[in-house]
Design a protein around this ligand. Structure first.
Ligand code: ADQ
Length: 466
């Protein structure tokens, strides 16, 4: 069996079962690497005054991790800059927040080049290389420049936006062209795949070929939709841990006479938190009789604090939660409990299980793993209801959730009402269908379908060569 080299921007050494960990990507990759003998390569998260290219190797929880430090300018221009101030807002339909600064683009190219040069000596001829996410789009091209002939796949965790949005990016053609140095490019959903194909046909005169292949810029590659999942079995298992039970019991004790509505997200403007708060406020205004019967707990650890847009959304959420609580709270009841910290995964499992409603309302989201975790954590005999944004990639697989438009406070309020009133048989019917999907299309299925598709290309290349 070939080795697998996974490359992502940040490498977070895998944590022991149940321990604290943030970011859907980190979770999914650790699970994927455990079964393959391979390497996880990326940035250590540290910066040094000058780039040294020195690799730090360590083994954690059965995974070999190789990291490199970046220099301060890389951090500002590549990570905070092009990745998080340009590509992230663009992919999430927020061109009003996108900064098109030439220095960011240069930093992005420089770091991709540095990543390729540092990784090159670790690559053996049979390795499969799997590159992750929007930070590293040009990495395949840089590896080819260094004469890497291995099969290289790329998976985009965020949405691929509509053609006209991509076209707002200076040098967008070059960026897309660099994707054609991969053998396989994967997206979360058919919708993003189609948007990518439309761009390639319209802007680069490309053509779709049979068998999921795409031709442009004088090259042909394989493309596909590979929806990411969670480790559903592990999540259901976490339920039985003492910490999960304790968290569940604490929340249950706090909500004996009321229903718990829970939201768990990185504090990011794409997650629709302001709209969610406003939707909940609308619910309180619409249903005075239910006011004291709900508690909305929003867990939102701060992220990307070096980017102004994140400081601003944080300030707005502080003000909004304060305003709503000020208006509706009573001596012994607060409608919103808003918490900016991380919890361990076993604690999250207990929290989800204690909730009557999971409120997952991103304005745009590549997939959204919280929706899947919420489902995996429910009590099959008395499951909670998932309210899910139609703009989360997960909505394609989770049709039995209450699907809503997150921009509409009325729709959020109505869905909350429906979820509170939903009888047990309907809750069970919906949950079973959701759980069936979450456990079938899990993280292992995702990894296997991508890696097998990449492995399968060997046959095609050899066949073409002969
Ligand atoms: P994210 O934008 O990080 O991921 P998401 O898919 O929801 O979004 O994953 C978040 C992860 O972080 C979940 O596993 C969740 O449990 C964890 N988490 C969130 N808040 C936490 C807290 N307070 N404490 C502990 N853990 C917390 C990106 C894309 C998504 C895509 C994933 C995977 O933006 O669309 O689903 O990658 O591809």
């Amino acid at each position: 069996m070939s080795r697998l080299i996974v490359v992502s921007n940040r490498v977070t050494p895998p944590a022991a079962k149940g321990e604290e960990s943030v970011g859907g990507l980190a979770m999914a990759l650790a699970a994927a690497l455990r079964e393959y003998s391979g390497i996880w390569f990326g940035w250590s998260g540290k910066t040094t005054p000058e780039f040294t290219g020195q690799i730090q190797m360590q083994k954690a929880e059965g995974v070999t991790v190789a990291t490199v430090d970046l220099e301060e300018a890389d951090y500002q221009e590549y990570y905070n800059g092009f990745a998080n101030k340009t590509l992230w807002p663009l992919c999430h339909y927020r061109i009003d927040l996108a900064a098109y600064d030439r220095a960011f683009g240069e930093g992005y190219e420089r770091v991709n080049c540095r990543f390729a040069e540092t990784l090159r000596p670790l690559v053996e001829p049979d390795d499969l290389i799997w590159v992750h996410d929007y930070h590293l789009i040009p990495l395949g091209r840089e590896l080819r420049r260094l004469d890497v002939k291995n099969r290289i796949g790329f998976f985009l965790h965020v949405p691929w936006p509509a053609h006209q949005l991509v076209a707002t990016l200076p040098r967008h053609r070059q960026l897309v062209q660099s994707l054609f140095d991969y053998d396989l490019v994967g997206f979360q959903t058919e919708e993003y795949l189609q948007a990518f194909e439309e761009y390639v046909v319209a802007e680069a005169g490309g053509e779709r070929l049979p068998g999921g292949r795409l031709r442009a810029f004088g090259r042909t590659m394989q493309v596909g939709a590979f929806p990411i999942g969670i480790d559903a079995a592990e999540f259901a298992d976490l339920q039985r841990s003492p910490r999960a039970r304790r968290t569940h019991d604490i929340m249950a004790a706090h909500t004996v006479f009321r229903s718990l509505v829970v939201g768990v997200d990185r504090l990011d403007y794409s997650k629709g938190l302001e709209e969610r708060f406003l939707g909940f406020e609308r619910f309180l205004a619409d249903h005075p009789e239910l006011r004291r019967e709900v508690l909305f707990l929003q867990v939102a650890p701060v992220s990307r604090e070096g980017v102004e847009a994140y400081q601003e959304i944080r300030a707005r959420l502080d003000a909004l939660s304060g305003r709503i609580n000020g208006e509706y709270a009573d001596l012994d009841w607060n409608p919103i409990r808003y918490v900016n910290r991380n919890y361990r995964r076993d604690e999250l499992a207990g929290l989800y299980r204690a909730a009557r409603v999971g409120l997952v309302t991103p304005l745009r989201d590549g997939m959204n793993l919280v929706a899947k975790e919420f489902v995996a954590a429910q009590n099959p005999e008395n499951p909670g209801v998932l309210i899910l944004s139609r703009f989360a990639g997960a909505a394609n697989q989770m049709k039995e959730a209450l699907l809503i438009n997150p921009n509409s406070p009325e729709e959020i309020s109505e869905a909350l009402m429906r979820a509170m009133a939903m009888e047990l048989p309907e809750r069970i019917r919906r949950w079973r269908a959701l759980y069936e999907n979450v456990s079938r299309e899990d993280v292992t299925a995702w990894r296997d379908s991508f890696v097998h598709a990449l492995e399968g290309l060997e046959v095609r290349r050899t066949a073409l060569a002969s």
